[in-house]
Design a binder for this molecule. Structure first.
Ligand code: CA
Length: 192
């Protein structure tokens, strides 16, 4: 009986914690307006400018932080905290930040901005943007996307970066493997 009671209690706590986490996540998302702009400087270094606006009062931005890259996925974090004192004061934060992504090969990449509440410490994925470097579907660099480009990806299909048949030019999503996404991307730009 005792065991069953603790099992029910643990289950209830688990459900409750999941539910409250979910509620916090949903409500916090409405505090932001996010805009991404991808650009490159004269040295072929890539940047993402993130513009973030609080559309509600009671919070302030405390800083930005670049997070580790995972293949073609980049992420950065915006830290924020509660405004001390009168939370009903009109505090609308509007700030931009440049995240340097370094020099990138032609391809398709993603950038996700995470929100970190300094006091609570949790991460919340706020928004993701997908951006292209160069003209990745033109794999043989002859200025057009045609059957030759599709053939190059098809030949490398199913390989990963340790295979001799792996072709990094055909790895459009830069994730170390040639799969259906790389073929689909090339096909989507066919004729350009
Ligand atoms: Ca081509």
């Amino acid at each position: 009986m005792k065991i069953r009671f603790s099992a029910i209690l643990i289950s209830l706590l688990f459900i409750l914690s999941f539910f409250s986490f979910h509620v916090v996540n949903t409500s916090i998302a409405s505090f932001w307006y996010i805009d991404f702009e991808f650009w490159m400087d004269g040295n072929q270094t890539a940047f993402i400018t993130v513009t973030l606006v609080f559309t509600d009062t009671g919070y302030n931005l405390t800083g930005w932080e670049p997070l580790p890259r995972d293949f073609s996925n980049f992420s950065g974090a915006a830290h924020f905290g509660d405004v001390e004192g009168d939370v009903f004061a009109q505090v609308i934060c509007y700030e931009s930040h440049d995240f340097s992504l370094g020099q990138l090969d032609e391809g398709v990449y993603t950038f996700t901005l995470l929100g970190v509440h300094d006091e609570v410490g949790w991460y919340h994925a706020m928004e993701t943007t997908v951006f292209e470097v160069g003209f990745p579907a033109d794999i043989n660099d002859d200025g057009k996307v045609d059957i030759k480009d599709i053939a190059i990806v098809a030949l490398a299909y199913g390989t990963h970066n340790l295979d001799p048949k792996y072709n990094p030019d055909a790895d459009i999503y830069c994730d170390g493997k040639i799969d259906i996404r790389d073929i689909a991307f090339t096909a989507m730009h066919y004729g350009e």
